[in-house]
Design a protein around this ligand. Structure first.
Ligand code: ADP
Length: 461
């Protein structure tokens, strides 16, 4: 097994990785920006090193600084977590060239799945259903988009070929709107991904987001660990995730699971990954993308399957074969994750500042993943996700009751959070019945005139 692992991340996922390493007997090196000097992941790691100033480009996205830290400290592996460099093929390749094991898939799989029109083509050829959309490598001109939209029929969704985090996405309902919104979406893509390549997809109304967790070793064994329903979203970004999906039949689960495993196997994928589908009201499902890293919501799957996904990712990077066969995967109870953001719940704007009092909830089936502590200053520079509350119980109804109690117990003083929004959702009759689609949260949006610009949410989802 690896001796020393550098954690190329911060916050809750960095802590999650450090914990997994401790259990595996691997020592850890934390990296941090000057804004994170007092951060918990720095205190918890065996060793730590400052890699630059607060701006992510100069620290957590700074490949030479991270590689130099890894080699200086004698690490033999690097775990990228989610967000930051986790889906950067150049980083994975650079690690390998420096003699470091990258805990994740091969660089070519990261690049392949990061090019969404290409991933769509490969999936369609492999018999995995995709939505009608732009053919070829994508579009860069409005007039090409107009031709595609005419063929597809409105509504359509403009998407960034290199997209992530809901950036560069716009729903378009007619030609005039396409003319107006295409340049805006393209501008967003250029700013976030340095790419003008866009593509169009038929917009599926009232769809659910249902994704499958994949585990694949380097000996080409691949299995899935069931699904997560991530339909509770704001601006195409997940807010609550749960497993099992409340409306999935055993038959459909099997069919979608097989398609997800095929999606990974057909390219020879290895390590953890997630195949995302949209599920229509009449049970049709379509591949939308594959995330080539650990997901924010991995804890939901861990609670219902008992599999430690972070430890598995490290074991697979070391070259261990999968111990589990598909038929040995068992599912117990139901789990939900609530993403807790440092934000003003009314206006959806970030709320950084000093946490004067932090009291996380506890008890049976209540898991909190957080980097907060009393006196911690939530920096302005990064994603405002400050905690994840994961609740597990025998049934979905019990999860809802347990989650309400846990969220009421959660004290985070000094900053504003979206806990009140979670409590509202948990009292919503449609949510409680499991009847919702990806547009569910629109009913809790502030009126348009007061709406604020989107919070800086990272690529990880
Ligand atoms: P990103 O990588 O930016 O997160 P995704 O392709 O994963 O983008 O889509 C994010 C979300 O956007 C989905 O979960 C879903 O809610 C919505 N979405 C994406 N594609 C479609 C589509 N064709 N029709 C309807 N909704 C979609």
């Amino acid at each position: 097994m690896f001796k020393k692992l550098l954690v190329a991340n911060r916050g809750t996922i960095a802590i999650r990785i450090i914990r997994a390493c401790r259990e595996l007997g691997i020592s850890t090196v934390a990296v941090f920006s000057t804004a994170d000097k007092g951060a918990l992941h720095v205190r918890m790691a065996d060793e730590s090193v400052c890699i630059g100033p607060p701006a992510a480009e100069d620290s957590y996205l700074n490949i030479p600084a991270i590689l130099s830290a890894a080699t200086t400290f004698g690490a033999d592996a690097v775990h990228p977590g989610y967000g930051f460099l986790s889906e950067n093929g150049d980083f994975a390749e650079a690690c390998q060239k420096s003699g470091l094991s990258f805990v994740g898939p091969r660089a070519r799989h990261i690049r392949l799945m990061g090019d969404k029109p290409r991933a769509r083509r490969i999936m369609r050829r492999a018999g995995v259903p995709v939505l009608p959309g732009s053919e070829g490598t994508g579009v860069t001109e409005v007039r090409e988009a107009q031709t595609d939209a005419k063929r597809l029929g409105y509504p359509v969704l403009i998407k960034a070929a290199a997209g992530g985090g809901g950036k560069g996405m716009r729903i378009v309902r007619d030609a005039a709107e396409l003319n107006r919104l295409f340049p805006l979406a393209q501008g967003e893509s250029e700013a976030s991904f340095s790419s003008r390549k866009m593509y169009l997809e038929k917009y599926l109304e009232r769809a659910r987001h249902v994704e499958f967790q994949i585990l694949a070793d380097s000996q080409r064994n691949a299995i899935h660990l069931g699904e997560r329903d991530c339909s509770i979203q704001r601006r195409h970004q997940k807010v609550i995730e749960e497993s099992p999906c409340p409306i999935l039949t055993a038959r459909l689960r099997e069919k979608m699971g097989k398609a997800a495993v095929r999606a990974a196997s057909v390219v020879g994928y290895s390590n953890v990954g997630t195949v995302e589908f949209l599920l229509s009201g009449n049970g049709e499902f379509y591949f939308i993308e594959m995330n080539t890293r650990i997901q924010v919501e991995h804890g939901v799957t861990e609670m219902v399957t008992g599999v430690d996904l972070v430890k598995e990712s490290i074991r697979m990077a070391w070259g261990e074969p999968l111990k589990l066969k598909q038929r040995q995967v068992t599912f117990g109870g139901a789990a939900m994750e609530f993403r807790i953001y440092a934000e003003d719940p009314e206006r959806h704007i970030p709320s950084p500042g000093v946490v004067s009092n932090h009291h996380p909830p506890g008890g049976l089936g209540v898991r909190v993943e957080t980097a907060l502590y009393d006196g911690y200053r939530v920096p302005v520079h990064y994603d405002p996700l400050i905690a994840k509350l994961i609740v597990h119980a025998e049934t979905r109804t019990e999860v809802i009751a347990r989650a309400k109690a846990a969220l009421r117990e959660y004290v985070i003083d000094g900053i504003k959070t979206n806990i009140p929004l979670h409590l509202k959702i948990l009292h919503d009759p449609d949510f409680c019945r499991g009847e919702f689609a990806t547009d569910f949260l629109r009913r809790y949006e502030p009126p348009k005139a007061e709406a604020s610009p989107p919070a800086p949410i990272s690529k990880a989802s």
